[in-house]
Write a protein that binds this ligand. Sequence first.
Ligand code: F6R
Ligand code: MG
Ligand code: MG
Length: 374
Amino acid sequence: MLVKGLREKTMVEKVTVSLIKADIGGHPGHHRVHPKQVEMARELLAKAQKDGLIVDYRVFHCGDDLQLLMTHRRGEDNPDIHGLAWSIFTEITEKVSKPLKLYGAGQDLLGEAFSGNVRGMGPGVAEMEFEERPSDPVLVFAADKTEPGAWNYPLFKIFADPFNTAGLIIDPSLHDGFKFQVMALHEGREVTVKCPEELYDLLALLGTPSHYCISKVFRADGLPAAAASTSRLSLIAGRYVGKDDPVCIVRAQHGLPAVGEVLEPFAFPHIVAGWMRGSHHGPLMPVSLRYAQCTRFDGPPRVVGLGFQVHNALLEGPVDLFDDPAFDLAREEASRVADYLRRHGPFMPHRLGPEEMEYTTLPKVLEKLKDRFK
Ligand code: F6R
Ligand code: MG
Ligand code: MG
């Protein structure tokens, strides 16, 4: 849509895609969301659309996480949009999760009272404001039983690895590379690293996904290309309160990686942290929405991918991207890797290292035994 700007210059009105998610109660246990939660979220977002707060929306889930996908004209970190998501999560908690005694009703709503932004209050947020191109394919990803660092591997492959993304070599508009905004999770500070020039520096950070994760990716010329959630619940709460189950938005095609280049890294079910009790390594299994639920040992960790064409801030879609036999092998491999890792029981590296266990029972065990260490 074109709007008249200052001095009669026409400028393109920007669209913001906001994906805000929370676990507000599972059915049964931490398995998946309840259909009534989804239904109510749709009703409430339809009302917000009618009121003109948002332009379009979709509600979906990955495991026990309720996903609110919204488009609007208010930019990133907008208090009205964040307030809307927060009020939807709290209302569904009160009206659906608590009456049905769903498991962990409202578990991700850690903040006491909403004060303008859901970041740091429990819900996960991925947001991207951009000028719509003549055609703008947007893909959204949501994972359950894992953490934001789970995107490090696929986002690196998509935007920096020419063995994954042929366009980095072949397409002149990708040839200058991409800038990665990396968040140091324990410090809450960010650094921007440019690839291919600083590829080794970037990998030095991303190889520690529990400490560093990607929050944004921009093309060399500044075009927004991807946004990911970075919240770590344990760092907010200071104890284990469930994993962070991250979300991510990626734009594709025409000077950005193709849809198939964005999906390609998920053909390798790489190992992520999370799974049972947020304390184990396991393979990330790409699944269709139908299988966006966690079963074996509360997993294995799963990822769904939905594709849209954004047009005048409206969402055409979704297309369920992993609902395809091309990912059968990845799922099979994930199951085999899950089997292999499970045989380690409580032993590392299946169980996470002591640093990550800091937020679970390990400190209590050490406290109990401290006088018996001779
Ligand atoms: C992991 C997860 C589950 C729970 C597990 C125990 O992110 O949500 O694996 O940690 O089911 O849950 P509680 O302690 O609630 O019985
Ligand atoms: Mg849960
Ligand atoms: Mg979850």
